[in-house]
Design a protein around this ligand. Structure first.
Ligand SMILES: Cc1cc2nc3c(=O)[nH]c(=O)nc-3n(C[C@H](O)[C@H](O)[C@H](O)COP(=O)(O)OP(=O)(O)OC[C@H]3O[C@@H](n4cnc5c(N)ncnc54)[C@H](O)[C@@H]3O)c2cc1C
Length: 467
């Protein structure tokens, strides 16, 4: 590579957001350079996020199916877990995903090393200088540093470490109650680890509506997870047998002992060491600040993905990367549609998935809505398959338009896509009833709340009734 190179577009950090941005800009006919650190290429999702965690969760799910099999008259002749095999299978799968992604990344001029802005439109990467008309920052996130006194000294596992554990501890205390905490706590519990979860808020998944969070809490408890909410962590200690968390619970001191501690108290945007000051890009520990076009305070620099401090979701990162690259090179800039993009899932079993608005968001924004609810234990397919945990909840505006759907249940992460499409196309509850839904399927569960809402709302003047 030459000492100084010029491009139309330079992407800093080539994970999900950066890769999507680079591809979009190249498709627009721009010359594109990509810059990434000296570590392994391919991004968080492939290396230490979505894909490895879901590979492990599948093993835990199979372990659970084997345990539950007698309920369906299938008696397994003993089952054991081979955690080394589970981890090796994960490594094989992830290596294939990563190889494929790296080949595609290498189709761009690639600069490896620590990136540092040295001017408004100038970046230095280990002695090489890159200038570009436009930049996109997509440096992702890092695991939060633990602030709990004694934790660093006692030692702990984070999600990166859990995904690599070839020997599981006998017991673990999980600090946190977000998506990663819930998924990996269930993974551990289903492979026989005595698991205790400690959550500061009144419930896990504290952003979600209470009925959704309560249902997930119930199923984690059915897996044998001991769950405590409303916990104030005080300190961590090393003990002769392992580790200890000292906390306050219900006004009293409580002590939780385990062989290991899983620190799952989130990630923060990766903003340190880039010398953003040289560019006028405003940022703090909550992320690089962007407007609705994903433009930073420097008009030539955009940002997308976890580094912006938005929802840590791959589809949000990809969408942001594509939108940022598009907006960087067009007069017809598009604003981000985040209400729809914030569709999300937790890949526990049962899964949790949300599309559109929650009841909490409707109340906050003063949006009037009607709600209907239907349980999986009343749905034919769910009963035949013994997948009866959970429910679907649908929110509709007064004119019958669907504005939000929440599902706790088997395959919720897949089922939610019909709801995403309905909300995207501004469909009404009546539309759901006019669309065919095959029987018997889990997908037909969406027709039941739609039917109830249609019945209730058809007396309102705007609601569509059968011609
Ligand atoms: C355990 C776990 C499970 C998850 N599961 C899901 C899930 O099921 N579904 C979902 O939607 N999301 C999930 N996520 C979140 C998801 O992985 C992230 O939101 C997403 O990968 C972020 O993409 P990104 O492009 O913003 O960042 P990244 O993919 O992290 O990319 C950032 C890039 O910047 C590079 N970089 C960092 N520092 C520098 C530097 N100094 N110079 C140059 N380059 C640098 C990095 O090497 C990296 O390639 C999960 C996360 C975790 C941790």
């Amino acid at each position: 590579m030459k000492e100084r190179q010029e491009f139309d577009f330079c992407v800093v950090g080539v994970g999900s957001a950066g890769f999507a941005a680079a591809c979009t800009a190249r498709d627009m006919g721009k010359s594109v350079a990509v810059v990434d650190g000296s570590g392994v290429l391919a991004g968080l999702c492939i290396l230490r996020g979505c894909m490895p965690s879901k590979t492990l969760l599948r093993s835990a799910e199979i372990a659970h199916v084997v345990k539950e099999a007698p309920k369906l008259g299938v008696i397994p002749r003993g089952a054991d877990y081979d955690v080394r095999f589970i981890i090796q299978r994960k490594r094989r799968i992830i290596a294939d995903f990563a190889d494929y992604r790296v080949k595609r990344i290498e189709s761009f001029p690639l600069f490896r090393g620590s990136a540092r802005f040295t001017g408004d439109r100038e970046l230095s990467v280990d002695g090489q200088t890159i200038t570009a008309r436009k930049f996109l920052i997509a440096t992702g996130s890092v695991i939060n540093e633990p602030t709990l006194p004694g934790l660093a000294e006692a030692g702990y596992l984070d999600s990166d470490a859990i995904l690599e554990l070839e020997t599981l501890p006998r017991s673990v205390v999980v600090l946190g109650g977000g998506a990663t905490a819930c998924e990996l706590a269930q993974y551990l519990a289903r492979l026989g680890v005595k698991t205790t979860m400690l959550q500061r808020s009144a419930r896990i998944m504290s952003f979600e509506d209470a009925d959704i969070a309560d249902a997930l809490q119930g199923s984690l408890q059915e897996d044998g997870i001991e769950l405590h909410t409303g916990v104030t962590l005080r300190r961590a200690e090393k003990t002769a047998a392992g580790k200890r968390i000292v906390a306050e619970l219900g006004g009293r001191e409580a002590v939780f002992d385990a062989e290991e501690i899983f620190f799952a108290l989130g990630r923060r945007p990766n903003v340190d060491g880039f010398d953003f000051e040289a560019t006028g890009v405003q940022y703090d520990r909550t992320g690089v600040q962007v407007d609705e076009y994903l433009q930073t305070s420097n008009p030539d620099i955009y940002a997308a993905g976890d580094v912006t401090g938005m929802w840590e979701l791959v589809h949000v990162a990809v969408y942001g990367g594509q939108l940022g690259a598009h907006n960087a090179f067009t007069m017809l800039r598009k604003p981000a549609q985040f209400d729809l993009q914030m569709a999300r899932a937790v890949f526990t079993d049962p899964q949790v998935a949300i599309a559109g608005l929650t009841e909490g968001q409707c109340l906050e924004r003063g949006i009037e809505y009607e709600k209907a609810w239907f349980p999986f234990d009343d749905l034919g397919k769910a009963i035949t398959a013994e997948l009866t945990q959970g429910f679907i909840k649908m929110l509709a505006a007064r004119d019958g338009r669907i504005i939000g759907v929440g599902i706790v249940g088997a395959e919720a992460g897949d089922l939610i896509h019909e709801a995403i499409a309905l909300i995207y196309f501004k469909a009404s509850v009546r539309d759901v009833l006019e669309m065919p839904h095959l029987h018997p399927t889990l997908a037909e569960i969406i027709t039941y709340p739609a039917e109830e809402l249609n019945e209730r709302l058809k007396h309102q003047k705007h609601v569509l009734v059968t011609p």
